[in-house]
Design a protein around this ligand. Sequence first.
Ligand code: ADP
Ligand code: MG
Length: 285
Amino acid sequence: MMSSQSMASQPLAMSSGSTQGFQPVFQAGVHDAQRGVDLHQGMALYLEDVCVDFDGFRALNHLSLYIEEGELRCIIGPNGAGKTTLMDVITGKTRPTSGSAFFGRNLDLSKLSTEEITEAGIGRKFQKPTVFEAFTVLENLQLAAPKHKQVRFSLSRKQSSETLAKIDMTLETIGLKNFRSKQAGLLSHGQKQWLEIGMLLMQEPQLILLDEPVAGMTDHETVLTAELCLELKKKHTLIVVEHDMSFIDSISEKVTVLAAGQVLADGTLAEVQANPEVIEKYLGR
Ligand code: ADP
Ligand code: MG
């Protein structure tokens, strides 16, 4: 819109068993984006042996990551580990230097534009909220509806009942039902973050990426955001990057630790927190 290797040497695919039998359709091209993502093998995201080089600096180093449909995956790791670069690759902002990146089994993310990737069903929330401060909560959600479902402001009463119902449902989900007429610029930092998540939801993404969603939030807002993530998980696949361990603990199933552009470990939070390499390269700092 407008806006693992598990324990270093064991391949992730083996540790999870989740990629067995999975075969991306490598010949698929750009036009598949319009036909939609093919999730029938249960794999939402398939990144294999991805490298990203920036002028000789390797931000992602032979990274492999497989996310199943309906999963809520947390990604943690030190600053500079490559977490944001990973999201940039998934959303088409950065192209892999080598390796493959697929959404479902048919969409080659390295060949689609950022717009095509959004349309195909991947929504991303950046760390800084980018809501339209001069508009109300309701107007922000209206503006975020997919273009073909949008109606100009002056005609908003005629807006399709489908979009209005979607807006109501979204307001309920993000906890801003009683703030629909409030100017977005007057919301708290946490409420702005939720509104932006609501704007993402208007696009009905299959996969949602959240980069440090609770940074700058109060403890109470953080708890509410954890509840929101668990609610979103019922209908979406989620990838959440965060440093806040208590937040991660309250939402996480599987946690992947990135360091120096590679998967250092994955498992439950307790498992990765007990991993000596993770302690050395991340937690012990
Ligand atoms: P994280 O989000 O885990 O903190 P990033 O993905 O932002 O890490 O960055 C990984 C590394 O890649 C960092 O060392 C960063 O400086 C570098 N990097 C990221 N984007 C660029 C870029 N566009 N040009 C050069 N280096 C970059
Ligand atoms: Mg980052």
